[in-house]
Write a new protein. Sequence first.
Length: 336
Amino acid sequence: MSKRFRVSSRLAGKLEELGIAPAAVLGRAGLPARLFDEPKIHVTTEELFALWRGIGEVSRNPADGLKIGSEDRIERYDPIAIAALYSRSFHEALQRMARYKQLTCPEEILIERTREECAIRFRWLLAEATEPEILIDVCFAWVVSIARRGTGSTLSPVRVELARAPGHRTLLEKWFGCPVNFDAGRNALVFRPEDLERPFHTHNPELLAMIAPQLEDELNHSNIHQTFPEQVLAAIKRRLAGQRPTVHDIARELRMSSRTLQRRLQENDHTFQQVLEQARRDLAHHYLAHSPLELTETAYLLGYEDTNSFVRAFHAWEGVPPAYWREKQAPVPSMA
């Protein structure tokens, strides 16, 4: 997984098309004035958030995030978007987007499925602050625009959930084609399960066969600096969203047999269950410290059958209940 975000070299041009001055954005964000002149632009999570906050503050149009995320010109698509567009279905496209996101940033796309619905969320792995609202608009518009182009329809979510306060409801509901719930406990696109099975008319196996191997090679190269248990840990975290991934699921994602995965873990003095528990522990810390999710919701996302099972596991890890741990993470009010 990349520790920094790769910013598209086309972003400055897109901003200018929308009447947003790149220099004003960089000044507002406190970033180097010649950042957009660099041949390859890499920024930390903090710098990325500052960049998008700057864009949101300089922009005068609340639709700009949606416009940036929904690029109409396919020649401007990056390799990840192209690989998604050439996939067989919306679900396969989402899986490719989630897998190849690792190449460009410390960010994950979570696909959380139940019998009734499927939620798509973005998780910023190294974030210490709340993501800018305009960045959420960009990410959600990116997913929906690829889904619509791929299916050749005006596919819309069942609803959009936003953690922000109400604002620009009419604009957002018109663009996404569904109700928007504000003051939600999360930022999520919610689809019907059957929507994910819709085929992509843009599916092109020949072109996909040209693009995917390059992305896989780059992904394999990026994993060279990770130990094998770290690779397994990252794969589990990507799938640990409302279900508990099996060793077969993770082996399939890492392109190996279950026996090989278990053998390689044993060679590194690990078991699959140990790595799974570490993934649950890491994500529990993240959810408790950085989200308003209830314990029931956290338990579900970590693949526990009920809240009591999660509470017992957390107490075994930390020696205290999760509610108490969360309370201790809250910032101490200033006395100034």
